[in-house]
Design a protein around this ligand. Structure first.
Ligand SMILES: Nc1nc2c(c(=O)[nH]1)N[C@H]1C(S)=C(S)[C@@H](COP(=O)(O)OP(=O)(O)OC[C@H]3O[C@@H](n4cnc5c(=O)[nH]c(N)nc54)[C@H](O)[C@@H]3O)O[C@H]1N2
Ligand SMILES: Nc1nc2c(c(=O)[nH]1)N[C@H]1C(S)=C(S)[C@@H](COP(=O)(O)OP(=O)(O)OC[C@H]3O[C@@H](n4cnc5c(=O)[nH]c(N)nc54)[C@H](O)[C@@H]3O)O[C@H]1N2
Ligand code: SF4
Ligand SMILES: [Mo]
Length: 739
């Protein structure tokens, strides 16, 4: 028996875990690490299932090539040669624009993702780069990009010190937080109230987070921008404004806000006018206060406007970059170099003309790019850690489009609804076989903190690390061939990093000579730590296996602010230009029923449903609906749900926790075509069969998953199609035993 410590890589909460393993490397228990100074022993049911997830017998162990409907296990050499041939065939015949890549959510949670995603995208040299950002948080980057000049300057609520927290469109008691890394988020919310603070939640559902709150307000989905403008209007008209950072655009903001008095916006969002005024006054009067919002408002039609107004309120009430308000983390590793003024639209998508944002095009238009003939049509796709058929708007259409590709390669541990369309699957090793450092999540922690987790079990001779897989793909895309050595790429990345050394008063040669680590990524981490603000090193982190607390957040806006004016811009025209659309919608009659999503405690997007103790019970794919709507529509156990994009048959679950006129389906279900045996038994339906890829937030191109107009009809018959069995034949000889 031995004990190992590591950070949980599943969600954004970065909890420290304590694993017990037997002599074969089998995980016998997973507990919270009580000695982690940040998570202090907290663990959720997903973290506790890390062993089962790690040892899932359906995880792929070796690369596979699809020949028609059959999968064959191959050597890595054979797999990379097939990738080289596949990509070259497409690029030679159709040019490099015919190549595309999608980087999914887990690439934000591995070491390899942040390190190699940029180089791989560059090597592909195509406008067609896509990522989970445009089905998640792109509106936040755009809002920060134009307000602060820096799309990575994302302020987090100072959870442990604030006196007042307003949460809109986030359910951290169930999601454990996002763009705000805070282990035991629910405990931190309880502590806020225990110290006399106030928590207010605005959500179309009475969520688990709402249960922890002093006050919950229902809001009509998709209308948060109105509510927030009502708050801005009140702050400005009642003279409750006390920004303590230098701001520009106050007059423009006042002018824009004039059209959104509480009475007018109340009719739109369903929050009473007095409540809007009271929220504004409370936010202004509280000794410290923070407004926090996430997926519920990011993935909506006014996603960017909403993110912008949230920080406008944080600034106007004097809570920006200030203890107890919203603040910026100071991570232990150096960040990306700043790259000129923030702009969007440096190129546009071919079919729908949607603007590039942060070097990417919107996932919402990937199917168009694959299906529409003509020069620049996407014909080859690399996916890394993504399950687009379930997670993209109108996922089923995208799933069908994947079949039209001439070549597809997926870096993924599972044969699932998306990777089944690949020609080659390259599986990363098990979680416990990978070293772990959260390059991205540690930039949004609510305390400054750092922790490195070395691999617990060694790679077997027939396995490659995810870093080596991504480095190989990069070298292939760069034309260096399937045989090129991944170490060559690490050298290139290191050389780029070391360029920053002289500016930081360090000697590049000495730094290079001092680097430690068992692998390329570890050496790169060591360099990034040594160049970082605390002067830490990999060996410091190894000597502190429970993590290092680097203190409470400190004001640091001045270092991050990169606007031309040197001020926080409250009304940049690149953001205010969408206000006319918001104004024009005022007074429009909303559709009778709106669909929203929800996250479930024991899920994580699409990929945890193959772990038996995480599915079943409360973790079922059901349509939440208010009993009044059940009665009004005469529904029974199941309902047919229709939208502009498609239709579904779902089990209904009547609950007072959702407001009348709103229904909710969780996403990530609809497991009907992979080789995940447990998930297939708990298939559920694909919520993204209903979401409409043609509706996006125009400023960011982000997909819209909330406030989707739907109609409901009673269903008494049999399911329209019997649940399908895993479709593709899988040669399990190579896939069945985990490494
Ligand atoms: N258990 C679990 N944890 C997860 C995940 C998971 O799938 N399961 N996924 C991870 C990922 S990828 C992310 S990005 C984060 C997301 O973390 P959160 O943003 O906290 O995600 P949700 O739980 O979906 O919360 C969104 C809330 O918005 C509400 N909502 C919907 N529409 C509207 C609206 O128009 N206005 C308002 N005000 N509210 C609205 C929904 O009812 C829901 O309660 O969670 C991460 N953690
Ligand atoms: N309707 C609706 N749709 C949504 C959302 C919503 O709220 N509502 N939320 C959106 C959000 S916030 C997100 S982030 C996206 C997520 O959508 P995606 O980016 O598609 O991510 P997942 O669905 O989590 O799929 C993860 C994939 O990565 C694989 N994987 C797991 N671990 C690893 C690993 O270590 N390495 C690699 N290479 N692969 C791995 C899994 O097998 C799976 O295929 O979904 C979005 N879709
Ligand atoms: S809250 Fe997130 S990080 Fe913490 S144990 Fe659960 S899944 Fe892992
Ligand atoms: Mo996400």
């Amino acid at each position: 028996m031995r004990t190992a410590h590591r950070t949980c890589p599943i969600c954004d909460a970065v909890c420290g875990l304590r694993l017990t393993l037997d002599e074969t490397g089998h995980v016998t228990s997973v507990k919270g690490d009580p000695d982690d100074p940040f998570s202090k022993g907290y663990i959720c049911p997903k973290g506790a299932s890390l062993g089962a997830l790690d040892e899932d017998p359906d995880r792929l162990r070796l690369p596979m090539i699809r020949e028609g409907g059959r999968w064959r296990t191959v050597t890595w050499e054979e797999a990379f040669q097939a990738v080289e041939r596949g990509l070259a065939r497409v690029a030679d015949a159709h040019g490099r624009q015919a190549l595309a890549a999608y980087f999914g959510n887990p690439t934000f949670h591995t070491m390899a993702g942040p390190l190699y995603r940029g180089p791989l995208s560059q090597a592909l040299d195509t406008p067609n780069i896509y990522s989970a950002s445009t089905i998640d948080q792109m509106p936040k980057h755009v809002a920060c990009g134009f307000m602060l000049g820096n799309p990575f300057a994302i302020a987090v609520p100072d959870l442990d010190r604030t006196d007042y927290l307003l949460v809109l469109g986030a359910n951290p008691a169930e999601s454990h937080g996002s763009l705000c890394a805070a282990p035991d988020f629910p405990g931190r919310l309880r502590a806020l109230r225990a110290r006399g603070g106030r928590l207010v939640v605005v959500d179309p559902r009475f969520t688990r987070t709402a249960r922890l709150a002093d006050e919950h307000l229902f809001i009509r989905p998709g209308t948060d921008a109105y509510l927030l403008f009502g708050i801005v209007h009140t702050l400005l008209s009642e003279g409750l404004v006390s920004p303590d950072v230098e701001v520009g655009g106050l007059d423009e903001l006042r002018e824009l806000g004039a059209d959104f008095p509480p009475e007018a916006v109340s009719a739109q969002c369903g929050v009473p006018a007095d409540a809007i005024r009271r929220l504004a006054r409370e936010l202004a009067a509280a000794p410290t206060a923070a407004v926090y919002t996430r997926v519920g408002t990011c993935t909506s039609e006014f996603g960017t406007t909403t993110q912008w107004l949230v920080d406008v309120i944080n600034v106007l009430t004097g809570n920006f970059d200030r203890p107890g308000g919203v603040m910026f983390t100071l991570p232990a590793t150096i960040g990306p170099p700043s790259s000129g003024p923030f702009t969007t639209g440096r190129w546009h998508s071919r079919v729908r003309g949607l603007p590039e944002v942060m070097g990417e095009l919107p996932v919402a238009t990937l199917a168009d790019e694959i299906e529409t003939p003509g020069e620049g049509q996407v014909r080859a796709l690399i996916t890394v850690g993504g399950n687009l058929a379930l997670s993209a708007p109108n996922g089923p259409r995208l799933g069908r489009a994947l079949r039209e590709l001439e070549f597809m390669v997926s870096v993924d541990p599972y044969l699932n609804e998306t990777t089944r369309h690949a020609d080659v699957i390259l599986p990363p090793p098990r979680i416990t076989q990978m070293p772990h450092y959260d390059f991205l999540l540690l930039t949004v922690t609510v305390r400054n903190y750092s922790r490195f987790s070395p691999a617990i079990s060694p790679l077997q001779p027939d396995q490659l690390s995810e870093a080596e897989i991504m480095a190989k793909l990069t070298l292939i895309a760069a034309g260096k061939g399937a045989g090129a050595d991944p170490a060559a790429l690490d050298e290139e990345i290191l050389a780029g990093l070391l360029q920053a050394a002289p500016l930081l008063g360090k000697d590049p040669g000495e730094l290079r000579a001092s680097l430690e680590g068992d692998s390329g990524p570890e050496r790169l981490l060591d360099a990034m730590l040594k160049l970082g603000p605390y002067g830490l090193s990999l060996s410091d982190l190894l000597a502190n296996p429970h993590g290092i607390d680097l203190g409470a957040l400190q004001p640091r806006l001045a270092e991050l602010l990169a606007t031309e004016s040197g001020r926080v811009e409250l009304a940049p025209r690149q953001l205010t230009c969408d206000v006319a659309r918001l104004r024009a919608r005022m007074g429009e009659r909303p559709p009778q029923t709106l669909l929203i999503g929800r996250r479930q405690l024991r899920s994580n997007n699409s990929w945890l449903h193959n772990v038996r103790n995480l599915v079943g019970g409360s973790n079922r794919c059901t349509l939440h609906i208010n009993p009044a709507d059940v009665a009004r529509l005469g529904l029974r156990d199941r309902a047919v749900i229709r939208s502009a994009a498609g239709e579904l048959l779902a089990d209904i679950e009547a609950t007072e926790s959702i407001m009348p006129g709103v229904v909710s389906l969780p996403h990530g279900w609809g497991h009907d075509g992979g080789a995940q045996r447990v998930a297939a038994e708990h298939a559920g339906v694909n919520a993204n069969a209903l979401t409409d890829e043609f509706v996006v937030d125009p400023l960011s191109g982000n997909a819209v998953f909330n406030a989707v107009p739907v109609t409901l009809a009673r269903w008494d018959g049999e399911p329209p199609h019997a649940p399908r069995r895993p479709a593709d034949e899988l040669d399990r000889s190579g896939a069945a035993q985990p490494g």
